[in-house]
Design a protein around this ligand. Structure first.
Ligand code: FE
Length: 222
């Protein structure tokens, strides 16, 4: 078993914040020590732990969230449901579980751009986005996203019109956010599968935009 970050050790569904600021290696060391001990005592099966890690690395990831966004773009009824009861709407597509029990979807528009952060640690909607990227957990992102979100977005290559307001949402153990990026123009009539290919992980955190349809390899206009 390698040092893959694991949803064990205090990460119960009702977890508060991990307060891991500057102590990641310390936390990792503790997790590894705990894991070794549990295996040695026969309390956990290393194969079962591997299966959990495998699940989060391959089966659960941003492709799930991309399908949710694509459905919302393509189906007005689903979009309404997602805005009113994101947890239920997302669950209807089969994505539920730890760190996704209390979801809220926030839609980007020309007027408002939403950006997600967890100022205290790294709360993140695992069932739809998988495990958080390293930058999401970094202290600079967590503070600067609140203090100067427009500058942070610029560093991610996102330049919004001055007239677009930026709204920053702080994830907690109680609520996790999914950003629904703006649907790119020129995608009328696209299948949900093709639409999902335009949805990046960063765009669902608000740190990016959906891809330009022209960037899809061999994409004709419809
Ligand atoms: Fe957190």
């Amino acid at each position: 078993m390698a040092s893959v970050p694991m949803p064990i050790g205090g990460a119960s569904p009702a977890h508060a914040h991990d307060h891991e600021d500057g102590e990641l290696s310390h936390i990792e060391w503790r997790v590894r020590a705990l894991e070794s001990l549990l295996i040695e005592k026969g309390y956990v099966d290393p194969a079962a732990l591997d299966a959990i890690v495998e699940t989060y690395e391959t089966r659960i990831g941003p492709r799930n969230g991309a399908r949710v966004v694509a459905r919302s773009w393509a189906d007005p009824d689903f979009r309404r449901w997602l805005n009113e009861d994101a947890t239920g709407a997302i669950q209807s597509l089969g994505y539920s579980g730890r760190q996704g029990e209390h979801m809220t979807a926030v839609e980007n528009t020309a007027e408002v751009h939403n950006l997600i952060v967890c100022t205290l640690c790294s709360c993140y909607p695992w069932p739809v986005l998988g495990l958080p990227p390293v930058w999401y957990k970094s202290a600079p992102y967590r503070s600067r996203a609140v203090i100067d979100p427009r500058a942070v977005l610029t560093e991610f290559g996102v330049r919004l019109p001055a007239s677009t307001k930026i709204r920053v949402w702080d994830s907690t153990a109680e609520v996790r956010y999914l950003v629904v990026p703006m649907r790119p123009g020129g995608t009328d009539g696209w299948s949900e599968e093709r639409l999902a290919a335009l949805v990046t992980r960063d765009s669902m955190i608000g740190a990016g935009l959906a891809k330009d349809p022209a960037s899809l390899a061999g994409a004709p206009a419809a």
